[in-house]
Design a binder for this molecule. Structure first.
Ligand code: MG
Length: 294
């Protein structure tokens, strides 16, 4: 079985760092990741430079990375202006944001869930006209830092709306990293009648050390696509206490050892982890990286 890994460290990771990494270092980081065999890389976000200075150089980074034919290079897009910039930068795929929780949506994007969905419509149209694929991120699919547990029927409703708009794939995000494997059973059980496994990506955070267990449960239930971050970079500035994403090395190590094909050469990937750890001037939390990669 083939597992698709989307490396989100360059966007979801670096967005949350206090340090600003140079364009040159970001380009080198992305090139090391693609050379290690990762199938998809979320490179940056076309947000306003004054809002997220860490990612204010999306055009420059996209302009300088090596665009290997088989790797999909994607970017987060918050609005029409961001989409215009992303299309001009020739991204392969765009990701749009929605939340299953009203409070999180308002605090994270300053819009209700309905307003966020309304804003997605024209963006999906623009992407389809440009013939690039669209992912919808849905945050707080298990719980919200403000509202507590999320009703999976609410998740199904928002997923259904995104699919009706023409979104190709949904990334279900456990934003605060509370999920345990039985939550994955519940979530996929409820969402499954509108969202087939082939269109499902899980975006897990390892805040409580349960992300890998949840990934394995999801694989057993037919999910083959996961977001991970180099060395476990990341977190969420709007979700108090949220630690890093599931580390790419941890998922790759497990999958490769179990005979699930990821296409990722772990030894080569460690080169990317060491590079970004040095650029950030700190160690990374990923377990396999700590054990074998440093
Ligand atoms: Mg994340």
């Amino acid at each position: 079985m083939r597992i698709r890994i989307t490396e989100v460290g360059a966007r979801d990771g670096l967005q949350n760092e206090a340090a600003i990494i140079s364009v040159q270092d970001k380009v080198a980081f992305v090139d090391l990741i693609s050379a290690a065999g990762v199938g998809e890389i979320e490179v940056s976000s076309f947000v306003r430079r004054d809002r997220v200075p860490q990612l204010g150089d999306a055009e420059e980074v996209f302009g300088q990375i090596s665009r290997s034919g088989s790797v999909v290079f994607s970017a987060l897009v918050p609005n029409v202006r961001g989409m215009e910039r992303a299309l001009a930068a020739k991204v392969d795929k765009v990701a749009l944001l929605a939340a299953a929780s009203e409070t999180f949506s308002r605090r994270n994007t300053n819009a209700t869930t309905q307003e966020a969905l309304d804003a997605c419509g024209p963006l999906v149209e623009m992407a389809r006209e440009a013939r690039i694929s669209v992912r919808g991120y849905l945050s707080c699919v298990v719980a919200c830092p403000y509202e507590g547990p999320t009703d999976p029927r609410r998740v199904r409703e928002v997923v259904g709306r995104l699919l009706e708009m023409g979104v190709d794939e949904i990334a279900l995000a456990d934003t605060i990293g509370v999920a345990v494997p039985s939550d994955i059973d519940t979530l996929l059980g409820v969402v499954g009648d509108v969202l087939e496994p082939a269109r499902t990506t899980l975006h897990l955070h390892d805040t409580r050390g349960t992300a890998l267990a949840c990934a394995l449960r999801a694989i057993q239930l037919g999910v083959v696509s996961f977001d991970t971050a180099c060395g476990g970079l990341g977190g969420c500035p709007y979700a108090p206490g949220a630690a890093g994403n599931l580390a790419t090395e941890d998922l790759v190590y497990m999958c490769n050892r179990m005979g699930y094909e990821t296409g990722v050469d772990l030894q080569k990937f460690f080169g990317a982890s060491r590079f970004i750890a040095r650029a950030l001037g700190r160690s990374l939390p990923g377990r396999v990286y700590k054990a074998d990669g440093r």
